[in-house]
Write a protein that binds this ligand. Structure first.
Ligand code: SF4
Ligand code: SF4
Length: 126
């Protein structure tokens, strides 16, 4: 097993964007207001089963609409300073949590398709 990641030692510097491509981000009213103040419109959708829950929309590729591919091929959040709390916490949602990997398919293997090892490396090694 490799070194476990903790909120203290983890630094996302790979810009693979895998979390922003695959995860669904729930936002609260305060976060919605903050993003609206940046000039954004039409960036949320309502939970069909619970009208008080809202999520950030996805683009045609299924990625978070605020995820942008930069000229160097890396990915960045276009509202980084105002990104929702869930995004700030990822991949640690509980105090003292330790994880082996920050990739969604490793964190939630029952939800996301696991890439073959080679493809996985290509995905995270830009
Ligand atoms: S999956 Fe991990 S390395 Fe990739 S962008 Fe998200 S936090 Fe960073
Ligand atoms: S708001 Fe930003 S950090 Fe959060 S999922 Fe979208 S692109 Fe990623």
């Amino acid at each position: 097993m490799g070194k476990l990641l903790t909120a203290e030692n983890f630094k996302c510097d790979r810009h693979c964007g895998e979390c922003c491509k695959k995860m669904l981000v729930q936002v609260n009213k305060e976060e919605i207001n903050r993003i609206e103040k940046l000039g954004h419109k039409d960036f949320i959708f309502e939970d069909h089963f619970n009208e008080s829950r809202f999520f950030l929309k996805k683009d045609e590729k299924g990625w978070c609409i605020f995820l942008k591919k930069e000229k160097d091929g890396k990915y960045a959040c276009s509202i980084y300073k105002n990104r929702p709390k869930i995004c700030q916490q990822y991949p640690f949602f509980n105090k003292g949590e330790k994880v082996e990997s920050c990739l969604p398919e490793d964190l939630y293997p029952n939800v996301f398709f696991k890439f073959p090892a080679k493809t996985r490396q290509e995905a995270i090694n830009f």
